[in-house]
Ligand binder design. Sequence first.
Ligand code: HEM
Length: 182
Amino acid sequence: LDEHVWWYLSRGSGLVAWTTLTASMSFGLVLSTRLFGRGVAPAWLLDLHRFLGALAILLTAVHAGALVADGYVQFSIADITLPFAANWKPGAVAWGIAAMWCMLAIEVTSLLMRRLPRSWWRAIHTTSFATFVAVAVHAARAGTDRSEGLVQLGALSAVMTVMFLTFVRILAERGARRSVAT
Ligand code: HEM
């Protein structure tokens, strides 16, 4: 077995986790904007959104866990859970750790949604936009594959897709306010 297998696993699962998070965010926004109208059932979108969100968290656990298993760069459990604990690119890693805790908070509050005030769930769910930005910064600053053309193209399309849908979301909210006002 290649001695760097954990390191490769961490890099690969990190990229797939980012893709899955992008997909979860996108389906969440397609759901909240009703972008596809009646063409797609909201229940189906919600299912997909929830599944992809949970999958993104599992892949993030693999991504960070593989670093602990790896002997090439040395990470302890504290290094992958506490910002600035790691010696290896502490700033770049801290963005990823912050994003991980936000994702966990979003997941837990969503699982407890019925027992929490709606405004709490909404406030925590809104941190997903900051989470998405933090993941992009983390990848751009820590990523070993950041100079890879294909990775750059993927990153650009992920950021453009989420930005576009967020823009649609803001316009949809304004439209809804205006129609309530009139
Ligand atoms: C890592 C996990 C997750 C992320 C990053 C995430 C992110 C998002 C985003 C970006 C939106 C659009 C928000 C908006 O337009 O205001 C959204 C909507 C939504 N999410 Fe999630 N989400 C995650 C997990 C979940 C889970 C587990 C549930 C389970 C119930 C859930 C339920 C919803 C619902 C119901 C909406 C629609 C809200 C609306 O129509 O206003 N999400 N999510």
